[in-house]
Design a protein around this ligand. Structure first.
Ligand code: GDP
Length: 613
């Protein structure tokens, strides 16, 4: 086979060698790897039916296609891999404890509560917190920071447990999707009066996929008709066999409402951890962990809750969290108290970051501010590239004509910015669940915590997206830019309102439905022959009005004999008119349709857009 040549210039065709490109790379990046001129790759893509510019980020498929054509094997490096390489280039290893066995000490388990909606997850998290807050001064105001720690006594020993208190497996899944492991044990809440439900199964599948042991909390045992035994039976089918039946899953019957057996549940968590996990970490190293929740606080700036997984985090440390960085100015625990340090499995709220990280972003402490900044900047650049890659509209000639012909798929692109990662995720998942028929797709191109920025508007411009600001506003010149560029930025403070409006917008985007509306009928009284115009109908308007240029059909003896005619000429006496109303006479010319007879009825109609329900 011949090497592809463009304009007579031979391209450096490969021999199947492998090249590595990061996700969202451009043709220029590709060209650099194979020593080619970017413009020639643009031409190659054009020959393949895709219009892309040299510097634009392209999708994985495009990179693949180009590599096939040029006879290279492309290896697209995932963001996780790339991040590991990035940290390695700074001589940092993330995710492993430093030192030897003897450096490791036992750390508390980190627990997520999952289960079907309304089975009592929130209530349980409240109940646990109330009965058992560590060192919470009496009457102290507890703070919701996204996680909290409690203590329980097991075999005369005080043991701590950390709860992530964003209930629901959405958060769990979101974090896992980003390669972050935040949870050691899952409590699966099942209401004893309701039994195993779809989300129960979903939750337990998520926990299993993540290889996280499960403790089952059979809740609402105070309710009439509660049947804890049935729940045990049902869960057996999913491989969760209760200890009392010879299995190895602990089931605890509780009432979150009445605070019944909460202690036993906590004990079960500790026993499960001791039996199946080896939870130890090195507290004497630079801290590493994961961000759980973050938001922008008007007075305090970026506020992020992080879970320390190894090492000890201290005020004054320099840290990077996702693409945010900064020196820890202050730390607060879940009681709102200032703390100076936080060891493994401790959640703390951190102040002092430059911007707001995402939920599930990893964090690490580094020696130098400069290193932190560089890592954060590299990550931010990568995020931007990835976002641009996603928005890339592939203009493939093949697809284009398919889509045009079918005219079926329309897509609403969204960019969601909000004040907290939890609300952004909640909004995103509700929007994605909107069901407005198959003709429209919702796609969230980018989501994040913080103000609407110029880079959001940039992204929106390139992809015809709508920007949603949830409890945030535009920062700096973003608003002017949006106005100048005609980008629709909408602000909301109530989730359902956002959902309602988007739903309405989607309905507007749906292909309009038309219905036929009858305008008027005309009875033919006489037929005149004109040498110039053919047959002219002398009519009496029986109902409504007949307008020129409207659609018409011809009805004879109650049957439609001709469709899709047009009122081409309309006259009263000698004058051309635009309409004739009921009760008046006139002349109608149906263009070159001449098959008209006395007593035929000309019925005119138009198609009107039907408002959607
Ligand atoms: P979630 O959707 O799983 O977070 O469920 P919630 O915690 O919001 O609880 C749903 C409803 O069940 C609320 O009205 C709770 O008050 C109620 N509930 C939760 N636990 C119990 C319980 O142990 N007994 C009774 N009777 N009601 C409960």
């Amino acid at each position: 086979m011949q090497a592809p040549s463009v304009g007579g210039v031979m391209l450096p065709r490969g021999n199947g060698e492998s090249i590595r490109l990061s996700r969202g790379a451009s043709l220029t990046d590709f060209a650099e790897k194979i020593n080619a001129n970017p413009a020639s790759l643009v031409a190659v893509m054009m020959n393949l039916g895709e219009m892309v510019t040299a510097t634009q980020s392209v999708s994985d498929e495009t990179l693949q296609l180009l590599a096939d054509e040029m006879n290279y094997t492309v290896q697209i490096v995932s963001p996780e891999e790339e991040d590991r390489e990035l940290l390695e280039s700074f001589d940092i290893e993330f995710g492993e404890d430093e030192g030897d066995e003897e450096d490791l000490v036992v750390r508390p388990p980190v627990v997520t509560v999952m289960g079907h909606v309304d089975h009592g997850k929130t209530r349980l998290l409240d109940a646990i917190r109330k009965t058992n807050v560590i060192a919470g001064e009496a009457g102290g105001i507890t703070q919701h920071i996204g996680a909290y720690q409690v203590a329980t006594e097991v075999n005369d020993e005080e043991r701590k447990i950390t709860f992530i208190d964003t209930p629901g497996h959405e958060a769990f899944t979101a974090m896992r999707a980003r390669g972050a492991k935040s949870t050691d044990i899952a409590i699966l809440v099942v209401a004893a009066n309701d039994g195993v439900m779809p989300q129960t199964v979903e939750a337990l599948n998520h926990a299993k996929a993540a290889d996280v042991p499960i403790v089952v909390a059979v809740n609402k045992i105070d309710v009439e008709g509660a049947d804890p035994t049935k729940v045990r039976g049902q869960l057996t089918e999913y491989g969760l066999v209760a200890e009392e039946y010879g299995g190895d899953t602990m089931f605890v019957d509780i009432s979150a409402k009445q605070g019944l057996h909460i202690d036993s549940l906590l004990e079960a968590v500790i026993l499960t951890a001791d039996a199946s996990l080896d939870l130890r970490a090195n507290p004497n190293q630079d801290a590493q962990g994961i961000s759980i929740e973050s938001r922008l606080d008007r007075g305090r700036g970026a506020v992020a809750t992080v879970l320390v997984q190894r090492g000890t985090l201290r005020v004054g440390d320099t840290m990077v969290v996702g693409d945010a960085y900064g020196r820890v100015r202050a730390m607060l625990d879940d009681n709102g108290n200032n703390v100076a340090e936080a060891g493994p499995s401790t959640p703390v709220q951190v102040l002092g970051l430059t911007n707001v990280p995402g939920a599930g972003d990893n964090f690490l402490v580094v020696e130098e501010d400069r290193t932190a900044r560089q890592i954060a900047e590299k990550r931010a650049a990568r995020e931007r590239n990835a976002a641009f890659a996603k928005r890339t509209r592939r203009v493939s000639l093949e697809d284009l004509d398919k889509v045009l012909k079918a005219g079926e798929v329309q897509q609403l692109n969204l960019i969601i910015k909000g004040d907290a990662s939890g609300s952004v995720e909640a909004l995103e998942s509700s929007l994605l669940q909107l069901d407005v028929g198959e003709e429209v797709d919702i796609r969230v191109l980018h989501r994040g915590v913080g103000a609407v920025t110029e880079s959001d508007i940039d992204l929106a411009m390139g992809s015809d997206a709508i920007v949603i600001g949830f409890n945030v506003r535009a920062a700096g010149r973003a608003q002017q830019m949006a106005e100048r560029e005609g980008v629709d930025v909408r602000y909301y403070s109530v989730i359902y309102q956002a959902i309602e409006e988007i739903e309405a917008a989607l309905k507007g985007m749906l292909k309009p439905e038309f219905e036929e509306v009858e305008l008027g009928t005309a009875e033919i009284r006489e037929v005149f022959k004109s040498s110039k115009l053919g047959n002219i109908a002398g009519v009496l308007i029986r109902s409504g009005e007949v307008r020129r240029n409207t659609k018409a059909r011809l009805v004879r003896d109650g049957k439609v004999v001709a469709e899709n005619l047009t009122i081409e000429g309309l006259r009263r006496f000698k004058d051309d008119v635009t309409e004739i109303r009921e009760g008046f006479e006139g002349g109608i010319n149906l263009g070159n349709f001449n098959d008209i007879k006395v007593d035929d009825v000309i019925a005119t109609y138009e198609m009107r857009e039907k408002p959607r329900a």
